[in-house]
Design a binder for this molecule. Structure first.
Ligand SMILES: Cc1cc2nc3c(=O)[nH]c(=O)nc-3n(C[C@H](O)[C@H](O)[C@H](O)COP(=O)(O)OP(=O)(O)OC[C@H]3O[C@@H](n4cnc5c(N)ncnc54)[C@H](O)[C@@H]3O)c2cc1C
Length: 389
């Protein structure tokens, strides 16, 4: 659509995607005086394929904005408060890690709706649901967002928080494709009536059949479990692995799981989604009048596969850059690079460490077995906890 025919109202900032990255950015822009639009193709509550484990650092970052946000999120239903993780090595040995930061698991259907409710309650953000971005155009004068229904929105800046298949990233990044080595695939389904599962404990199973990945069993409240499997995409395509089939096979045959799933009931289909991971050569996440956050900027932890915390933290960093841009009235690519620098400084070291560890452990099951034995020694438990973050 030619830009001269744009009729919809203008905003200073358009945040595309109302997942953890977009909602955190909107919350961090509270009180900025800027006209903010937050648009999402879905209407909430909406599902998102995920393990549903909310990392403690996600809550910590939100608490730094306002402790009331986190107090409200703890009232999400259902949820399961998490205190520890059980890691099971390929050889069957296991050990527990106890988490310092309090946190919980909660289905994304509920958690993301709770985040959006905070945006509605605490900010003047215009929330536009059912608004699918098709195309984005940037000129020296501004940003033009073209929606699937033919509408157009004009803004001064766009922040792409639109997830793993980001339209903003595909349209605006100079090198939009992520290398296979930095991409994982994951599948998950919900179950109930799983035997021997403990509330408060997330379980991770490593096996020779899904190296550089793991099978998870996470309680999500109301007697339900999020059960899934994730693996490097290069291995999936190299060995032509059907992840959905592998998940069911593992639940039926894995020595630590088969008896526990004998009476379990699967609730709904197994669903899959991609995980764009960080830790390699960080691609640019900004340019003139735009930034990318969360999965759109490939910020998933390559060792553990968590990305909600990194999405929230990058959304908050992007909000800082948005404020700086409007204060200085500078939307140039050069000035925007301040955001990339923040990502590099604040998130880069953790992602690089996780990437190195994933490459090391993912191909050497014996090292996982050895690590598990060592981590059971009282003096070395703290070391194991620091190693996996
Ligand atoms: C199988 C699997 C398991 C995972 N398990 C965990 C876990 O347990 N813990 C954890 O921390 N992380 C986990 N992750 C990663 C986590 O899901 C993501 O890192 C996180 O959701 C990123 O948040 P986001 O806001 O960047 O993107 P998203 O949560 O994907 O949100 C993007 C939003 O953008 C909207 N959108 C997309 N395209 C458009 C468009 N064209 N126009 C308008 N709106 C659009 C979508 O509807 C969506 O609401 C997992 C991922 C997978 C695939």
């Amino acid at each position: 659509m030619p830009t001269s025919t744009i009729t919809s109202p203008d905003y200073d900032v358009a945040l595309v995607g109302a997942g953890p990255a977009g909602t955190a950015c909107a919350l961090a822009l509270r009180g900025s005086g800027l006209r903010v639009a937050l648009l999402d193709k879905s209407t909430f509550p909406r599902d998102k394929v995920c393990g549903d484990a909310i990392p403690g650092h996600a809550l910590k970052a939100l608490a730094q904005l306002d402790p009331a946000y986190v107090a409200a999120l703890w009232r999400t239903e259902p949820l399961d408060a998490v205190r520890r993780s059980r890691l099971v090595a390929p050889g069957g040995g296991s050990f527990y890690l106890h988490w310092k930061l309090p946190t919980f698991n909660s289905p994304r259907l509920a958690f993301d709706a709770a985040l959006l409710a905070l945006v509605r309650q605490h900010t003047a953000t215009a929330v536009l649901e059912g608004a699918t971005l098709k195309h984005v155009e940037i000129t020296a004068a501004g940003v033009h967002l073209h929606l699937a229904d033919g509408q157009a929105i004009r803004a001064g800046l766009v922040v792409g928080c639109d997830g793993a298949n980001s339209v903003v990233g595909r349209r605006l990044l100079p090198e939009p494709r992520l290398a296979r080595a930095h991409h994982s695939a994951g599948v998950r389904a919900y179950f109930e009536n799983v035997a021997g599962a403990e509330s408060g404990t997330t379980e991770f199973f490593f096996s020779r059949s899904h190296l550089a990945g793991y099978l998870w069993l996470f309680p999500v409240g109301a007697g339900r479990y999020n059960v899934g499997l994730g693996m490097l995409s290069e291995l999936v395509s190299q060995h032509k692995i059907d992840l959905k089939k592998l998940l069911l096979e593992q639940l039926a045959t894995h020595p630590g799981l088969a008896s526990r799933f004998r009476e379990a009931r699967q609730l709904g289909p197994i669903q899959g989604f991609g995980l764009p991971m960080g830790g390699g050569r960080q691609r640019p996440a900004s340019g003139m009048r735009f930034m990318l956050c969360g999965d759109a900027a490939s910020l998933i932890d390559p060792l553990q596969g968590h990305g909600i915390d990194l999405a929230i933290r990058s959304g908050i960093l992007a909000a800082g850059q948005v404020r700086a841009c409007f204060e200085r009235q500078d939307f140039s690519a050069d000035f925007m690079r301040g955001y990339d620098e923040q990502l590099r400084q604040q998130l880069g070291p953790q992602l690089a460490h996780s990437y190195r560890l994933q490459r090391l452990l993912g191909t050497r099951p014996w090292l996982m077995n050895l690590g598990t034995r060592l981590a059971r020694l009282p003096g070395l438990r703290g070391w194991a906890q620091r190693l996996v973050g």
